[in-house]
Design a binder for this molecule. Structure first.
Ligand code: ACM
Length: 512
């Protein structure tokens, strides 16, 4: 059994208060629990991990010998919890989510092999006696995953959710659509997930400069077809698993830019450029949907579809990197913009965002967009996700928007860890543990209740496989998760070793 000091240092994210004392509570071969139905998911998380060694059963009568009691006490912070371990384990949580995080902490007091597939010896499953009191500093603690540039299988997303939960991250932002591939089924628009989901190849090496001849075949590519799309059932299963773990899936449909895949599938929704397939290169495309009634109707169909698949989710509508020049060369769009008195791409996008946001807000959903929407004035109800200039976090908050910090300089984990001839091709580099640690100062400088929290991003232009995504994500993402939970400066890498052992047990290809 490790010393109490080692156990405490191994907790990740670090709880607010931990007091461990002498003595242990050995887990019984049948662990009987009691608590309200609303904490069943929390107990399921425990049951799944301990299944190779013991049975978890719910007490059926008052005379049962109970080892775990779970209580929900709304007087605690919503995601907060208290654990008392003595002759039994008692969890008091501010909400069912708090109970889930308490279970994750309990598991971290056991051998890292509870995260593996087993076998697991019961005699090694002993909890230290003591008290832990904890709650998160930020309510939005997220991971973003781009499944458009490289399609990621459902099985990987399921595993990834488990890994996020171990870090007490509570948002998975799924970037479902982009120029290179559309992954979301939408009733009435079947070509999105056939034509729009497959590109004929991928650019070789680093991204070339943006194309300048108005057609789609500029970049030399590897001629290896690539793509895929999720079924509604797969997306619902992802959402269901996420909810069990206490994670909200935040689906993103990136509009109006980053829509070459849409134009490939439905050329009438574009501005006239000859696009026959999703983009094989990366970078910012000049080509995107037009602003006719037909295109706006398409956008509403997409939003209705995504809201139906993810009934409890905020909806991210993208809004980044839309050049908008094409709108003024497309006659029907130009005519509409002239009628509206609109003369610049920024104004045109602001008009578009008002139509789209209104649709999402009318459905009672939180609507999120990248910080470009600030440029011509975003509707007040938009939550702004700031990725470019970190100073925009405070600016957006001062303008009354809720804000999520996703500053590229500190949270773009697709940026490589190393530079030099041995380093893999990445979109940019380096992004070291120190760079990631810099997120703390960015967040601490924003003194506003509008700051909801932050997230790390995994864009997949050059992260082609789940193994590469995991290599990029951890342990840098571990540091970000801990900063978001604790609100404290990052701990050095050496202090995260226990967490990396858990990742190893889970089979995660974290960066050694
Ligand atoms: C972004 O990186 N274009 C949000």
């Amino acid at each position: 059994m490790p010393t109490n000091d080692t156990l405490i240092r191994g907790l990740c994210p670090q709880p607010r208060q931990v007091q461990l004392t002498e003595g242990q509570f050995p887990l019984p071969s049948v662990l009987t629990w009691t608590g309200p139905d609303e904490v069943i998911n929390a107990v399921t998380i425990l049951t799944e991990r301990l299944a190779p060694a013991l049975d978890v059963v719910r007490a059926t009568s008052h005379t049962d010998d109970v080892s775990l009691t779970v209580i929900v006490d709304p007087a605690l912070e919503a995601e907060g919890y208290r654990i008392d371990i003595d002759a039994q384990v008692r969890i008091t949580a501010g909400s069912p989510s708090g109970a889930r995080w308490a279970v994750q902490t309990l598991l971290q007091l056991l051998t890292p092999w509870v995260y593996g597939p087993g076998p697991l010896a019961l005699k090694h499953l002993c909890l230290p006696k003591g008290v832990i009191v904890d709650a998160p500093h930020h309510s939005w603690r997220g991971a973003h995953l781009d499944v458009s540039r490289h399609f990621m299988p459902t099985s990987f997303i399921m595993n990834f959710l488990d890994v996020l939960a171990v870090h007490k991250l509570n948002r998975l932002h799924l970037h479902l659509t982009d120029d290179q591939g559309w992954r979301l089924p939408v009733p009435g628009w079947p070509r999105l997930t056939t034509v729009g989901a497959w590109r004929p190849g991928t650019v070789r090496g680093h991204q070339p400069p943006p194309d300048d001849n108005g057609c789609d075949d500029v970049a030399e590519h590897d001629h290896i077809p690539h793509g895929g799309a999720y079924t509604v059932d797969q997306l619902r299963a992802i959402d269901e698993r996420a909810q069990l773990l206490g994670i909200t899936v935040v689906p993103e449909v990136d509009l109006p830019g980053h829509t070459e895949s849409v134009v490939a599938a439905y050329p009438e929704l574009g501005c006239g450029a000859p696009i026959s397939h999703p983009r094989t290169a990366f970078g910012v495309s000049e080509h995107h949907i037009n602003l006719t009634d037909a295109a706006l109707g398409f956008c509403r169909d997409v939003l209705d579809a995504v809201m139906e698949i993810f009934p409890n989710s905020p909806i991210h509508i993208g809004g980044d990197e839309c050049p908008g020049k094409e709108w003024f060369g497309h006659k029907p769009t130009r005519t509409r913009l002239a009628e509206l008195g609109i003369t610049t791409p920024h104004q045109a996008q602001a008009w578009f965002e008002r139509q789209i946001c209104g649709h999402v807000v009318a459905a009672g959903r939180q609507v999120i967009a990248w910080d470009e929407v600030l440029e011509a004035g975003a509707p007040e109800e938009v939550t702004v996700m700031v990725w470019r200039d970190a100073d925009d976090i405070a600016r957006a908050a001062a303008a009354g928007h809720d804000v999520i910090a996703a500053p590229a300089r500190h949270t773009y984990l697709d940026h490589g860890m190393e530079t030099g001839p041995q380093a893999p091709v990445t979109i940019d580099a380096p992004m070291t543990m120190n760079d990631v640690a810099g997120l703390h100062d960015v967040l601490a400088a924003v003194n506003s209740p509008h700051l909801l929290g932050g997230q790390f991003q995994l864009w997949t232009e050059y992260l082609c496989t789940p193994a590469q995504v995991e290599d990029a994500a951890f342990p840098r993402g571990t540091s970000i998760a801990e900063q978001l939970w604790t609100g404290n400066p990052a701990r050095p890498l050496s202090e995260l070793e226990a967490q990396t052992r858990r990742l190893t047990a889970m089979g995660v290809n974290w960066h050694r």
